[in-house]
Design a protein around this ligand. Sequence first.
Ligand code: MSP
Length: 651
Amino acid sequence: MTRPFYITTPIYYVNDVPHLGHAYATMAADTFARFHRLIGDDTRFLTGTDEHGQKVEEAAKKRGLTPKQLVDDVAPRFAAMWESLGISNDDFVRTTETRHKDVVRALWKRIAERNRDDLYLATYQGWYCVGCEAFYTESQLTKQGDTWICPIHTTPVSWVDKERSWFFRLSAYKTRLIDHIEAHPDFIQPDAYRKEVLSFLRGEVRDLSVSRTSFDWGIDVPEGDPEGKHHVIYVWMDALTNYLSALGMGTPLYDRFWGQAVHLIGKDILRFHAVYWPCFLMAAELPLPKKILCTGWWTIGGRKISKSIPATRVDPLVLAADLNADRALGIDALRYFLLRETPLGNDGDLIYESLIERHNADLANDLGNLVNRSLTMITKFAGQAPPVHSDALADVANQVIAEAKANWEAFQPSRALEATWRLIREGNRFVDSSQPWALAKAGKNDELARALGTLQTALWTIRNLIAAVMPTTAIKIGELLGVKAEPAWPTAWGADLPAFHPQPPTPLFPRIDDKRTAELLAKWLPAETAAAPVAEKKEAALITFEDFSKAELRVAQVITAAPVPKAKKLLQLTVDVGEGRHRTVVAGIAEAYQPEQLVGRKVLLVANLAPATIRGVQSEGMILAAGDDSILGLAAVDSLGPDVPVGTRVR
Ligand code: MSP
């Protein structure tokens, strides 16, 4: 019997076009779906769009469109984005579809039939954030002057004055939900989010207003209002039901998958999924999802992704095409970075330098290099598939297969990938230690065949291990090995080997060199109009030695230097701060130095300065220089004295 696995993404609001934050959630869910297919589970993967509500109605009005025109314009852009990104969803649900609306109304009726008291009419008055489509109490908001501000959108909330609405008796389910969460420790993952939900539930839980009369763009409440008002169902109750409506109720898909659902979501929508949704389902007497899997948020160079900051509006497809001439491989590189860089529940910051560094280290140097050298040698020295392998990599491979599987099953992609890369690095070490070129030269043909066969088996294993996160790369490695078989999760080193027909390789992930890095950084970090803050001039006060020693000054060496576009005075430097660690620093020295003069030069760095974002670039330190705007000299290590190593502290 194959096990059922059902994974969902949040359905995206159509008031916005897709950006990197959305792509992250969808790519992560796609990777889990692909992994479960690899291990043979009966897998279903759902995504879609959230098309009702006040937010969408207002967005349409602003653009002079009807809500229907807006949603019909934007929803296909999400579908097209996922297709271009190679996302393998089995279904795409839109909340304006009849199949969805029918199930939302059926769910309402079911609650009303089974637990009549849970839906009641009352008057709502309070704060509403249209951005969140959520009601807030004052204790959940912040106040600026006389204005209450939404903590998530940092925009003013609006007052809903005595609106007659249907309420859902959330309070009645509080204890049952706490019991459920305590009895199922994996219900909300990672644990920090589980604690957050429990602490919310242990406070005062109020009933929830679940209908609105002040606008129309939504699904009608199935039962009338005795006062004759027209109610539409609260958009979150509507939206959450997509997970069910896409299967249909009482259908074969429902029987296979409902109750198995893993809802992957962002931390901003935790309460809707971990509190409201399970309570609606309890009231409808339907099984709960299996898991709420919560991710953190990505910022770009330290900044929140926002419509008003163009530099954060990264189009994942453009980024992918910039990373690799073969865009599909660039997409794989991006997926790898996003899932490897930050554990799933944590917030992540996309720093472009780190993206390039990881690309060069993990993909060009480790994976790409192993594929390239192995196949070059196999085709050159053996000319055909080597028939035997040694067990030199068997132990590490078997450990990695088990560890990566356990981590994928536990929804910990960064750990799964860390384990996988251990095998890739061992593969490269094996090339260095077995030296097939020397064996060929010495005519040790048996040993040579075994070494090359070991590399061939390693590539095959790695290809299957990475297929969930890097599907195109897996296809390419399969082609280079001349194998047609679909990827499947490896059971053990050397098991189930297919017939190989190795081909001469072309590099999968060409290294991004310094010149290209500078070009890409200049492209990805558009200049902004905001002026840099001007420091006030103050008389210098005396400081103690202790004050001075708070500054951590170190010798650093410039590795790359590039202008910051449209900022005449600024250069963006990558500096080596010792032990191979690199940092990005923005320095106001562009009028005194050409970038190329600086590469290789030793400079003095204030290493413990709090990071700051300057013209869209996160600067992690400051270079010491003499003078002000016009007279500038870099403080450097005396070239006449002994060679001071990079990283040395300056006192
Ligand atoms: N429509 C609701 C979800 C309804 S689910 C029944 C919604 N839509 S959204 O388009 O605003 O956000 C969709 C998802 O994208 C959320 O999980 C949100 O956390 C995620 N992200 C939006 N920006 C993000 C980042 N910057 N980083 C990571 N994820 C982010 O909420």
